[in-house]
Design a protein around this ligand. Sequence first.
Ligand code: GLC
Length: 570
Amino acid sequence: MTDALLVDTDTDTDTESADARRTAAATWWRQAAVYQIYPRSFADADGDGLGDLPGIRSRVDYLAGLGIDAIWLSPFYPSALADGGYDVADYRDVDPRLGTLEDFDELIAALHERGIRVIVDIVPNHTSDLHEWFQEALAAGRGSAARDRYVFREGKGASGEEPPTDWESVFGGPAWERVEDGQWYFHNFATEQPDLNWDHPEVRADFLKTLRFWSDRGVDGFRIDVAHMLTKDLTEPLPTRAELERMPQDGTHPLLDRDDVHEVYAEWRRVFEEYDPPRTAVAEAWVSSPERRAKYASAEGLGQAFNFDLLEADFDADEFRTVITDNLAQAAETGSSTTWVLSNHDVTRHATRYGLSPLAGRPVKQGTEWVAAGGPEADIDRDQGLRRARAATLLLLGLPGSTYLYQGEELGLQEVAAITAEQRQDPAFFRGGEYDGLGRDGCRVPLPWSADRPAFGFGGAVAHLPQPAWFAQYAVDVEAADPTSTLSLYREALRLRRLLQTEERLEWIETGRADVIRFVRPNGWQVVTNFGTEPFPLEAEHDAVVLGALQAGAVPGESTVWIAPVGLLG
Ligand code: GLC
């Protein structure tokens, strides 16, 4: 199947340029700026408090004006929202509260018309407990073929009243749930997210159908949720939790990052290649080493994998330099391009993280302690957080590879800590597991579009998570009118990035300062980030500063500048 060209209307018949265009269309993802939309919190067209697809459609001009290459839509499928939509009841439909398949088609057409590609989220490790397969499994009873699509086991104890193992789910609490007839099913995440059995041919076939379903509708790529968890070795006797924790994650672990998961992705790759241009994919794979991650990024597999190293790094020159060097080396080895991420729907927003005291190796996710303490103002320097966030983003946007931006970060939006227990939705909050703190609702609060409108212009009178009064200062209409705002900075950076983009390499330039990093791309585009507070004087002779500003010839503390030969800007 061949797609109409997105933006290129050139009718040149010269084969060489046609080839070049085909290659460009097939490799668009390598250095793309991808904007993640959490649909239920982006824009609400019908005013029911929940964002929807027509809401996104109404903001296509905004997305085009931002200058991104693609959007990634977090799940918009039918879901009871036990895990923010990552509990999917039907993989090939739209949640009626968010719209219809026709709305989806209209949205994708509107985005394609503006040259914006579309990535959708695939959640293959588990379904919702409301999925027809799971309902069928419950009704069909023990030993049935329907139960075999999931992981059902008998319990331990005289009458099977004990779970089969003492394993814990990622969100906390037991990983097994008992059903009415006494059997237990396994769930890595919330109780409402039963894990699928990836040894079952119907499970495999159904996901191929889903990939084709969305590809046929024009979707350009897929983000694969917990891509490292699908396949399992559940040969009896099952290990205990303590044994499980001691097992190496080298491809043989019973539950995580098993080598055999790549058979699944090799099959998916064949589906992606049925399309022209081939569909792309990016793996969310929390694995033990960059080498293990590389397998997901291989051209025979998903093609690209998220690198989350910067989610766990402090705002620190050394940490950034190491992460950048390691990941570029890794990408070069696999032939993939690397990905850069500072924020997403699972972590504390980076403008907030960077205003907190450094983590310095503490084994917690950055920001969770502060959120858990109710977000005390005394412990945060919000101006510093924003300054650093802007500096880090400009650094990222100058790096080789693709950058994934999360909705609201272009406004410099801060995490919302003040959400009462009654208002919270995240199962991580209620179960209190690995995502410690207060869960992830604070980065999923609906966006402020207009300072003076109800629900800050989100849609109707209300928003499904509470927006604090201070959201007004981050509203799109306020920032759009201010040339010094974070929104203006993102727009300018993304515009320049397109003009300056070049081969996927960099060379470090020695700065003589431990807190300043500087690199140059093959065409002379330079990025200088000052992580410290002392200004960093630039040499007297240098190319033009095209983004960011010098003060008295120096790069101010906690800021980034881009320098480029003027000719590059055309
Ligand atoms: C991924 C998603 C997260 C979700 C989990 C279970 O980590 O990013 O939001 O809760 O998978 O599907």
